[in-house]
Design a protein around this ligand. Structure first.
Ligand code: NAD
Length: 502
């Protein structure tokens, strides 16, 4: 039997309680060992030490989970359960997440390294909000009646797809889980979900909450495991009818290929970005500086929509970079459990090395470091918030997603100039415009190739507002009403009232 993980949090963590949860793979409402009885080590990014071992899922476990999800879909979910009941369970799950908010925030801080206070106010609060929002949708999944002619009419049904596969990354373990569970369950699908091998712990705690909320066994199955085994088995599975993936563009490409090569399952992809953040010379400088810092440094720069390319209009460039550099230095980097911390460690040694590699390449290619550029402290995976100026468009740090606390700042002249620079990327996830001139801000917003454009703010996400990418940042939209379409098949029923037989 898989072990139980017990842990007591103490100072400086504001949550001074315990957590206790099973470390197995969660199939059919119960925890199991993986079929090969292997485990994965989970590390604390603040000090690099092992936290615990968890069961490693395998492709055989994916088969078992799919069978359980299929049974549940046929007998205790899907069209067997009215939307009002699915909604009631989702609302209970949202309440339970809120009830255990401090514990979940502490788990995220321990496992992912994100700041406890931010995990509490953002990750956990928003996860509950997303689940609650979709709980509200569950009994409002409706088709249309369509007029044809006086001898016929037609109507549409929005039916659940069946067993859906979902694969999530490590940067927002709980929040990404909520984006996947909410719309899939509201529309009546059953789920086989893989967490990231780097951050599996909060989802394991949520498995117990899923049972406590009363979801029938097999409706949600959650496996820890590696991408090349469990992830690939989900993407290639012949009895999974839809896959929803959030992660890198590189892996997203392989998911789409696997979907095509197996059963042509439907695929939605939420991928990477290199998002432009544009500051016009009439912007409120103080606000723009603060939002811009938040836009890139939030979650230690490990945000798909991070504003990692900042463009400042010539006239205010010098003023902006001096205020920005001063503000960046006020962001507290340190122990994620400390309530004042803004930035904790990067998630893993691999990510630490990757980001430091980009910083090295920026230095070697001749970019100037305005601030940061080094390791922070002597243990764990902490990196100083780093700002590069004097960059050239073909530098790696300008073109590639770094996924760390590293930003490049460039100058621009006018609207045409900035549209060209901002859109000069194969990504298209997000963008922002800062200006007091609303007509200029909206004209630029309309010309940007991005799935989200923020005006005079950054990184604001709401359950009601769709999110997703243009170009190579993804396919489909999550959040909002739009996400429901990812999880339903539309059936047209045509009825003959009086048309004569041919
Ligand atoms: P990743 O692509 O390495 O991994 C994402 C998930 O895919 C993990 O669970 C991983 O185990 C799994 N995986 C890896 N290889 C696989 C394979 N061959 N087949 C199936 N699954 C596989 O990404 P990551 O490093 O975990 O996350 C960072 C990336 O995610 C960044 O590029 C970021 O921009 C992106 N992201 C996008 C969004 C969005 O909404 N657009 C949100 C969060 C993160």
């Amino acid at each position: 039997m898989p072990a139980t993980f017990n842990y007591t949090f103490d100072a400086p963590c504001p949550y001074k309680g315990t957590t206790s949860f099973n470390t197995g793979i969660f199939i059919d409402g119960k925890f199991h060992d993986g079929s090969e009885k292997k485990t994965i080590e989970v590390f604390n990014p603040s000090n690099g030490k092992k936290i615990t071992d968890i069961s490693e899922g395998t492709p055989a476990d994916v088969d078992t989970a799919v069978a359980a999800a299929h049974r549940a879909f046929q007998t205790s979910w899907g069209l067997k359960v009215p939307g009002s009941e699915r909604g009631r369970l989702l609302l209970r799950l949202a309440d339970l997440i809120e009830k255990n908010a401090e514990e979940l925030a502490a788990i995220e801080a321990l496992d992912n390294g994100k700041a406890y206070s931010i995990a509490l106010d953002f990750d956990v609060a928003q996860s509950a909000a997303v689940i609650r929002y979709y709980g509200g949708w569950a009994d409002k999944i409706q088709g249309k009646t369509i007029e044809v002619d006086e001898t016929k009419f037609a109507y549409t049904l929005h039916e659940p797809i069946g067993v859906v596969g979902q694969i999530i990354p490590w940067n927002f373990p709980l929040y990404m889980l909520s984006w996947k569970l909410g719309p899939a369950l509201a529309t009546g699908n059953t789920i086989v979900l893989k967490t990231s091998e780097f951050t599996p712990l909060s989802a394991l705690r949520v498995c117990a909450l899923i049972n406590e909320a009363g979801f029938p066994p097999g409706v949600v199955n959650i496996l820890s495991g590696y991408g090349a085994t469990v992830g690939a088995a989900i993407a290639n599975h012949m009895h999974i009818e839809k896959v929803a993936f959030t992660g890198s563009t590189l892996v997203g490409r392989s998911i789409l290929k696997a979907a095509a090569n197996s059963n042509l399952k439907k695929a939605t992809l939420e991928l990477g970005g290199k998002s432009p953040n544009i500051i016009f010379d009439d912007a409120n400088l103080d606000d723009a500086v603060k939002w811009t810092a938040f836009g890139i440094m939030f979650n230690h720069g490990q945000c798909c929509c991070a504003g990692s390319r900042v463009f400042v209009q010539e006239r205010i460039y010098d003023k902006f970079i001096s205020a920005f550099s001063a503000h960046i230095k006020t962001l507290k980097v340190g122990n994620p459990m400390d309530p004042d911390t803004f930035q904790g460690p990067q998630v893993s040694q691999i990510q630490y090395d990757r980001i430091m590699g980009y910083i090295k390449s920026g230095k070697e290619e001749g970019a100037k470091i305005l601030t940061g550029g080094e390791r922070h402290g002597s243990e764990g995976y902490f990196i100083q918030p780093t700002v590069f100026t004097d960059v050239k468009p073909d530098m790696k740090i300008v073109k590639e997603e770094i996924f760390g606390p590293v930003v490049v700042i460039q100058k621009f002249k006018d609207e045409d100039d900035i549209i060209h620079m901002a859109n000069d990327t194969f990504y298209g996830l997000a963008a922002a415009v800062f200006s007091r001139d609303i007509s200029r801000a909206l004209t630029v917003a309309n010309r940007l190739q991005a799935g989200t454009v923020w005006v005079n703010c950054y990184n604001k996400l709401h359950p009601q507002v769709p999110f997703g990418g243009y170009k190579q940042s993804g396919i489909g939209r999550e959040l909002g009403e739009y996400a429901l379409a990812n999880y339903t098949n539309i059936k047209s029923v045509q009825i003959n009232l009086a048309a004569p037989a041919p």
